[in-house]
Design a protein around this ligand. Structure first.
Ligand SMILES: CC(C)(COP(=O)(O)OP(=O)(O)OC[C@H]1O[C@@H](n2cnc3c(N)ncnc32)[C@H](O)[C@@H]1OP(=O)(O)O)[C@@H](O)C(=O)NCCC(=O)NCCS
Length: 151
């Protein structure tokens, strides 16, 4: 398995990974190469892909969040997606490690992710990758601003 934190010149790899691995019902638009180029040009975006040769096995999306008080930036691990056929083979662990390494490279001081108690694979993955539930009763509130219901 090869892990790569992608730059804008590798947008076609990102587009293919998202189109092949993200469940159709979760796609909010077209993951085109053009869109992914613009996404990867952003200073705060991180997209790590795990592949076997040309074939994508999984990907992770994260955001570097600068702090207003001058503290070290945080990494928001937003999405980890592993293809059904490749699960339980440490691909997800590799992606989390890849995002962690990218965060360290960028000078971030911490990383966090939101998930659901009922998502056993995700709960197991994050616990096994060294993350801790720091505030056990934390709740997510979301606003609909322009069409999309969820965060
Ligand atoms: C969550 C997900 C990314 C895990 O990817 P993965 O490649 O299968 O995970 P790994 O093989 O690296 O597993 C690492 C550890 O996580 C835990 N884990 C993974 N899948 C699990 C499952 N189905 N049940 C319980 N624990 C699980 C285990 O502790 C595992 O270590 P082990 O295999 O040595 O026991 C994958 O299931 C997935 O893509 N799910 C759909 C998308 C999703 O829910 N993403 C998270 C959103 S917050």
């Amino acid at each position: 398995m090869e892990l790569r934190s992608l730059g804008p010149e590798e947008a076609s790899i990102a587009a293919r990974a998202i189109r092949e691995l993200k469940p159709a019902e979760e796609l909010r638009g077209n993951a085109t190469e053009e869109l992914l180029t613009a996404f990867l040009e952003g200073p705060s975006t991180i997209l790590v892909v795990a592949s076997d040769g040309d074939a994508p096995l999984g990907y992770a999306v994260a955001y570097e969040l600068p702090r207003a008080d001058g503290g070290s930036p945080m990494i928001h691990l937003y999405e980890v997606q592993v293809g059904d056929a490749h699960r339980r083979r440490r691909v997800g662990s590799g992606l989390v490690e890849g995002v962690t390494a990218e965060g360290i490279r960028r000078g971030a001081g911490s990383m966090w992710v939101l998930t659901d108690d009922g998502n056993r694979p995700a709960m197991g993955l994050y616990a096994s990758c060294g993350a801790r539930r720091t505030v056990p009763d934390q709740i997510l509130f979301a606003w609909r601003l322009a069409g999309e219901a969820n965060a």
